[in-house]
Design a protein around this ligand. Structure first.
Ligand code: ATP
Ligand code: MN
Length: 481
């Protein structure tokens, strides 16, 4: 007999004579009621054991975490909270779980404890929900772009370019670290390395993505990226997944429209397809926030917050306007910001971004036209900017509770301007000859952005630490599992 997923059993339209369910015991009450979960849904199915006719030995083995198979009749439940339950006629223990030793006890565990048990935390309601939402969101990402005719591109994970510029890189080598070959000048001889040159893990697929956009028109990447930044924050991982669309003939306004439409689409998709999980996560967040002072609690419940993002346009604000707002803001005047905003040109810290989003505008914000010297070399220089106040066609999208979720720009399509910029910053033109070729042969306006997938999952699930929305987080000092 083939077993049926719990989700399908609970969604059944009729009672059924004989069903088989397989899963893991969440709890076992009164020697009679098994709450069985198989990961197909947040909801458990109640399995009622005929304890009088079941050997004591078997009953003892029905413990939290044990894998079991039950055969029985699907009947309408007399108990509250569930439509159906299984009247068990045959129960088989597939895998025992020592109740004393199983770390996932049926009680509240701290997120910290669960992180240390990342291989088992997925057996909890919260992490099951988060990981299902994450999966549905990644499907929505592909669906959005595929439906629009974007081509999915797998950009390299090992990159030969040292100058992607987005962050600190992890080096990739097969040289023996205890006996490095040296060249005549006494430096490490990377010619002897696996690739015959120095290589790194990618920090972004953008530069390669641009070459594809200049042939295929609209492309997107969705893959792992790596940053060796030693910032131990709740928003940074050393290994994270990034989505990077790149579109030929799009300017910065088109880029903003695309990013906004895309984010709203995937959030809507999650709302439409993860209702039970999101409802559970909303409850979890409310519970968690009870222990916080009123001022630190979210103003909106999770589902309300997600719907708010769907129903309201993102506020588009230039960097210059933002600086004016920040300079005149109360925390700036009262010197509450750690970094005070005194003048145009200052880089915005996350405290400033969060003030703009959470206190001032109270909605997602797209900041654009940043000073050229705080942004990457490939961003398009604005026409008609004052000397000394040059700006580039950059945009960052800021989200409440998250800060930056998207970074993007219209790209500098003019060969001469790009070369000048690279020279001024000391970026090796020979190394990036292939990137410059896009500007030498059939260059055109184009634009794109990078969205950190885990930051999106953070927002949608209402979690607050990025380590809790990726299966096995990699952070400074930690690469367990
Ligand atoms: P931040 O200022 O938050 O470090 P960034 O300016 O370095 O971000 P970009 O280089 O523009 O970010 O990368 C694009 C997107 O990738 C960001 O908007 C963010 O969503 C995500 N991102 C960047 N760094 C990380 C990281 N270490 N962990 C998780 N996501 C990240
Ligand atoms: Mn960064």
């Amino acid at each position: 007999m083939k077993h049926t997923k719990v989700r399908d059993l609970l969604n059944s339209t009729t009672t059924l004579q004989e069903v088989n369910a397989k899963g893991w015991v969440r709890t076992f009450r009164n020697n009679q009621f098994i709450a069985l979960n198989d990961g197909s849904t947040i909801n458990n199915i109640q399995c009622v054991v005929d304890f009088e006719n079941t050997p004591e030995e078997t009953l003892k083995r029905i413990t939290t975490g044990a894998a079991v198979s039950v055969i029985g009749t699907l009947v309408e439940s007399k108990g509250a909270g569930q439509k159906y339950e299984i009247q068990v006629s045959k129960l088989e223990i597939l895998g025992d779980s020592d109740a004393e030793k199983f770390p996932m006890q049926p009680k509240k565990h701290s997120l910290e404890f669960l992180r240390e048990n990342a291989h088992l935390r997925v057996r909890t309601n919260a992490f099951g929900a988060i990981m299902r939402v994450r999966s549905v969101l990644s499907y929505a990402v592909h669906k959005y772009f595929q439906d629009k005719g974007f081509v999915y591109v797998n950009t390299p994970i090992i990159t030969g370019a040292d100058a992607e510029g987005a962050g600190e890189m992890f080096q990739v080598t097969s040289l023996p670290l205890d006996n490095l070959p040296k060249n005549e000048e006494g430096n490490i001889d990377f010619k002897k390395d696996f690739f015959g040159k120095h290589t790194n893990l990618t920090v972004s697929g953008q530069l390669e993505g641009e070459t594809f956009a200049m042939a295929l028109g609209q492309i997107y990447t969705f893959g792992p990226t790596f940053r060796a930044e030693n910032s131990n924050t709740s928003r940074h991982l050393a290994e994270f997944w990034m989505i990077e669309p790149e579109v030929a003939f799009n300017n910065l306004d088109d880029n903003m429209d695309l990013a906004e439409d895309f984010i709203q689409y995937v959030i809507k998709y999650a709302l439409d397809h993860c209702g039970d999980d999101l409802k559970f996560l909303e409850g979890r967040l409310l519970e968690e926030e009870k222990s916080k002072p009123q001022a630190e609690r979210s103003e909106m419940a999770l589902l309300e917050k997600l719907n708010f993002v769907l129903d309201n346009n993102f506020k588009r604000v230039s960097y210059t306007e933002a600086i004016d707002i920040l300079r005149d803001s109360t925390p700036n005047k009262k010197k509450k910001f750690q970094y005070l905003i005194n003048e145009w040109g200052a880089d915005l810290q996350s405290e400033h971004e969060r003030y703009l989003v959470e206190k001032h505008f109270k909605c997602p914000v797209i900041l654009y036209d940043y000073p050229a010297n705080i942004k990457a070399f490939y961003m398009r220089l604005n026409d008609n900017t004052e000397p000394g106040r040059e700006t580039v066609r950059a945009m960052d999208i800021l989200f409440p509770g998250i800060g930056e979720i998207v970074g993007g720009s219209e790209r500098e399509e003019r060969y001469d301007v790009l070369v000048q910029k690279m020279e001024a910053l000391g970026i090796d033109k020979e190394e990036l000859y292939w990137y410059l070729d896009t500007r030498r042969f059939g260059s055109a306006t184009h634009a794109g952005f990078g969205l950190g997938f885990e930051r999106l999952v953070l927002f949608v699930t209402g979690m607050t630490n990025i380590r809790d929305v990726i299966p096995f987080p990699r952070t400074p000092g930690s690469a367990e599992f």
